[in-house]
Design a protein around this ligand. Structure first.
Ligand SMILES: *Cc1c(COP(=O)(O)O)cnc(C)c1O
Length: 263
């Protein structure tokens, strides 16, 4: 397959500034998702689009809501928490936390987040589970895996995932759904693809001997620059920010602290 990355577009997407802009961008992404599914012989209903609204202010998030968005991804819990409070009137708007989480912020997550994509250590699983029980809530979680081998990326090493997942049934408020990764940030489509292949292969292996109560169906992988390749390799959730909302001013180094190498 010849699908290319769109990382050359990075930082150049036009800002969506009206409900019509959002409808247009969402429809364009859905069309590309459908085309990628067709190439891969997949049913498009098996791919969920998770729009990522980090850095986007409230007025434009409300436009995205008016255009039909009911679940949004945020990288930082403080930012998500503030938006949740400010838009509490949108009672059917749900929040996914997709970025690294410090344990001392687990309590905030337990209050409102419905889905967490970046579980990467047992101490965090323990703290989240305790906080969720205090709130009387449960949380869908995905285990983050570092498939690119870059120091700047969070997540478990691939060979540590199986042991990790075996411990998760102890945490009854965590509903384990699958795996998440960030691919290498590169215009070399083959190397990007290998990250997605690795995640899918891991998921398939884990499915064989997943503990009772642990579902391993979801693969959260692919973003604005590479979601089509991710879909060709089995993504069930794609996390797309800039291609829907527009370019971000904040550099990615803010989210992937050591900065990303861009070969
Ligand atoms: C920001 C972000 C995305 C989306 O990136 P875009 O380039 O805006 O599509 C996906 N995943 C994570 C973890 C993010 O923080």
């Amino acid at each position: 397959m010849q699908t290319q990355t769109h990382h050359d577009q990075h930082g150049r997407y036009a800002t969506a500034g009206s409900v019509a802009d959002f409808k247009h961008n969402l429809a364009a992404i859905r069309a590309r998702i459908n085309a990628a599914c067709e190439r891969a012989g997949r049913d498009p209903s098996g791919v969920r689009l998770l729009p990522v609204s980090k850095t986007v202010p409230e007025d434009r998030i409300r436009m995205a809501y008016a255009a039909g968005c009911r679940q949004l991804g945020e990288n930082k819990v403080q930012e998500a928490y503030g938006k949740w409070e400010a838009m509490a009137d949108l009672t059917d708007l749900n929040w996914s936390l997709i970025g690294h989480l410090q344990s001392n912020k687990a309590r905030d997550v337990a209050r409102f987040v419905t889905e967490f994509h970046a579980l990467d250590r047992l101490s965090l699983a323990r703290t989240l589970d305790r906080r969720l029980q205090q709130e009387g809530r449960a949380l869908d979680v995905l285990v983050q895996v570092n498939t690119s081998g870059e120091d700047s990326k969070f997540g478990l090493a691939p060979d540590a995932v199986q042991d990790f997942v075996r411990q998760l049934p102890a945490f009854s408020s965590l509903r384990v759904r699958g795996l998440m990764t960030l691919a290498l940030f590169s215009s070399d489509a083959e190397r990007v693809r290998q990250c997605f292949v690795l995640l899918r292969t891991l998921r398939d292996q884990l499915r064989q001997d997943a503990p009772e109560g642990i579902a391993m169906d979801e693969l959260s992988m692919g973003m604005s620059g590479d979601f089509e390749i991710a879909i060709e390799e089995g993504a069930t959730i794609v996390r797309v920010g800039q291609a829907i909302f527009g370019a971000r001013a904040t550099p990615d180094a803010y989210y992937w602290p050591a900065g990303q190498k861009r070969p």
